[in-house]
Design a protein around this ligand. Structure first.
Ligand SMILES: Nc1ncnc2c1ncn2[C@@H]1O[C@H](COP(=O)(O)OP(=O)(O)OP(=O)(O)O)[C@@H](O)[C@H]1O
Length: 268
């Protein structure tokens, strides 16, 4: 397995405040990593250091084996999609223009290729083609979120960073978007890092879950590992409800819907 992203002794401080003391982590190519932790623990900071929006105070970050310090930032960001909560679309551009923005830069004169990319990603995120001419203000929150994801994917990145992308949408749309991003991951095999506040979402989507507290890794493992063998009290408290869900009242253990195996044990 190749390593898509590696943090080597990464430290990040803002003034006197140490947000990330010493982060060491290897993320394998093709992994869907959900990142969860207490508020302010440095999840967004970690994400933004990968695409160079923030610079580490110390240490190194490698993307596909290359130290990002030695890379051209524009080239680095072209290979890394970035989708965040809420609409960050260009307000004066149509849906089609928003999605085709980066592909048209990359494809230059090949308009057909760009148009094909727009269609492919609109279909993949569940956007009707009739919306191509609309402006962001004429879309619902969920539709705007879909355009944002399609735009991030249209540049064909091999890494996609998502910072609470479904935080601002209603429960039904959220569930639809979750299953769409899961399908996209399965179809494309790209590496995804996905920050969330919702443990259920983290366990449902992640092939690996990264639990952080105060800039430190509490656990990095599969949903099954987190449920069966929480390494710290913090992780144990985080997954407590989900573990209980695997336990049937009559005393039998049921196959857990998250980890696909018996993972809970009676609390009482
Ligand atoms: N540009 C900045 N300047 C100063 N402090 C910052 C800056 N960005 C973030 N911080 C601080 O660093 C800490 C970590 O912030 P970060 O946004 O990475 O946390 P987070 O885990 O994503 O939080 P949340 O879950 O609340 O979104 C917080 O205490 C925050 O106030």
């Amino acid at each position: 397995m190749n390593t898509a992203i590696e943090f080597r002794h990464v430290r990040k401080t803002y003034g006197d405040t140490v947000v990330i003391p010493d982060l060491n982590l290897k993320i394998e190519t093709g992994e869907f990593v959900t990142i969860i932790g207490s508020s302010g623990c440095g999840k967004t900071t970690a994400l933004k250091m990968i695409n160079g929006l923030y610079e580490p105070t110390d240490g190194d970050i490698l993307v596909n084996g290359e130290n990002i310090k030695e890379k051209d930032m524009i080239m680095l960001r072209r290979g890394i999609g970035y989708a965040i909560q809420g609409s960050v679309l260009f307000p004066n551009m149509t849906v089609e223009q928003n999605i085709s923005y980066v592909p048209s830069l990359l494809n230059k004169k090949d308009r057909k290729k760009t148009a094909q990319a727009v269609d492919k990603w609109m279909e993949m995120v569940g956007l009707d083609f009739s919306m191509k001419e609309r402006y962001p203000s004429e879309l619902s929150g969920g539709q705007q979120q879909r355009v944002g994801i399609a735009r991030a994917l249209a540049a064909s990145p091999d890494i996609l960073l998502m910072d609470e992308p479904f935080g601002a949408v209603d429960a039904i749309t959220r569930e639809q978007l979750q299953s769409e991003i899961k399908t996209i991951h399965q179809k494309t095999g790209i590496t995804i890092l996905f920050v969330t506040h919702d443990i259920e979402e983290a366990l449902k989507l992640g092939t690996k879950v990264l639990v952080m507290d105060r800039g430190e890794i509490q656990q990095y493992g599969t949903p099954k590992e987190l449920l069966q063998d929480p390494k710290t009290g913090f992780v144990e408290r985080l997954v407590e409800k989900q573990r209980r869900m695997c336990f049937l009242p009559e005393g039998n253990l049921k196959d857990c819907e998250y980890c696909g195996a018996v993972c809970g044990s009676p609390k009482e």
